[in-house]
Design a binder for this molecule. Structure first.
Ligand code: DGJ
Length: 392
């Protein structure tokens, strides 16, 4: 009898052991996306990019970092973006960050720059608009600096400001420094004295100022000289020499501006230019390869997708030359139904860049998706091919 009980116990232990082994085996073989909130953050779950699909973080939640940017710091990538909620595109929480070692699996680092409470009257009061945040590290000051597009609460897109926040730690919390219009009282480097007076004339001349030609001449530059230039869709680019640049849609979105930053990355230095005047570019994303700067932008159609644009220059200060749409394949005429947001350099891999774009869902921005695709070079010009699934 005792022998029988012993045998039974042994059988149960053996059965339990086999079950355990089996579970572990099937878990590691079906490990593409795990929606369990108890996910062990050391486990590699996602092995490829799936552009346009739900992309879960290590807690199994859809990543919430839209219009974002990525930096690499001490062996890890950090992705910041707009935290979105359903029912509104306005900021109810702030800017969220994720970290990753492999670019596929992202750990939620939480809200790193939080909105201020309602009725606080602060520039970043809950309900304001915080868009396209980018984070950079300043070697001289040891500070992390976030730049983003800010619109004041209940003012639509009229304020057209940029904003700056800083932290001593990459994962924050970030402290809001200030928000402003760009380069008050400073004319762009690429407008001669004659062009400046023509711009003033076209702004003052009621008849002339309605015409498209007057936008090209810079009527909005003249109009906004005292208050500062409008600053909406934006990116930040740090060049090989450590100089950083703020690239943004200005002049009622008609023209892009490129403004050099001060050495601490907190302000504009006062050196700036207008590029591609009158072309209505939004969503700027930039990269540099073999001394050439490549700029990818979208047209200006609100949240709706349109055809991507490409421009090239041998100097950040231009001249910039437009080239055809770099996108290829399914929905290439509409940037794969997305809009550019950033170009990410893959560390330790020669000539490897990722084009980052957002598929916006204005009716429920929580469901907005990400498109990450490799940038390839054909005849030394960037091309972006659609791919349902790909890996580095
Ligand atoms: C297009 C911009 O690229 C987005 O960041 C956002 O500002 C929408 N317009 C708002 O319509």
């Amino acid at each position: 009898m005792r022998k029988h009980i012993l045998m039974k116990r042994l059988f149960i232990i053996l059965f339990g052991f086999i079950l355990l082994i089996n579970c572990k085996f099937s878990y590691s073989h079906n490990n593409v996306i795990n929606n369990s909130p108890e996910t062990n953050s050391n486990e590699v779950l996602i092995k490829n990019f799936h552009p346009g699909e739900i992309w879960t973080d290590m807690n199994g939640k859809h990543i919430n970092a839209h219009g974002g940017g990525v930096i690499f710091y001490e062996g890890k990538y950090y992705w910041i973006g707009e935290h979105k909620d359903s029912g509104t595109s306005n900021a109810l929480a702030g800017i969220r960050m994720y970290s990753s070692e492999d670019l596929y699996n992202w750990k939620d680092e939480g809200i790193v720059l939080a909105v201020d409470p309602e009725n606080s009257g602060s520039d970043i009061e809950k309900g304001c608009i915080m868009e396209r945040p980018k984070v950079v590290y300043n070697k001289k000051t040891g500070k992390f600096v976030i730049w983003f597009h800010l619109e004041l609460k209940n003012k639509g897109y009229k304020a057209a400001r940029y904003a700056v926040a800083t932290s001593d730690k990459i994962t924050g919390p970030y402290r809001m420094e200030y928000s402003a219009r760009s380069c008050k009282d400073i004319w762009p480097l690429n407008m001669s004295l004659k062009e400046r007076s023509e711009a003033i004339k076209s702004f003052q001349d009621k008849e002339e100022s309605g015409k498209e030609n007057s936008v090209l001449k810079g009527k909005f530059v003249a109009r906004d000289l005292k208050e500062g230039q409008m600053s909406r869709d934006m990116t930040i680019f740090v060049d090989d020499d450590g100089k950083a640049y703020h690239i943004f849609s200005s002049e009622e979105n008609a023209t892009l501006h490129i403004a050099e930053l001060s050495d601490d990355y907190l302000y504009h230095s006062g050196k700036w230019i207008r590029i591609l005047p009158g072309r209505s570019n939004e969503a700027p994303a930039i990269m540099k390869k073999d001394g050439k700067y490549w700029l990818i932008t979208s047209g200006c159609t609100g949240w709706a997708p349109n055809k991507a644009r490409l421009a090239v220059s041998e100097s950040i200060w231009g001249p910039w030359k437009e080239l055809p749409n770099p996108c290829r394949g399914l929905n290439a005429e509409k940037t794969f139904n997305g809009q550019s947001t950033y170009i990410l350099k893959v560390e330790g891999k020669k000539d490897s860049w990722i084009f980052m774009a957002d598929i916006w869902k204005p009716e429920n921005q929580l469901d907005s998706r990400y498109i990450w695709l490799p940038i390839e070079f054909e005849n030394n010009v960037p091309v972006i091919n659609w791919n349902d699934e790909w890996g580095l």
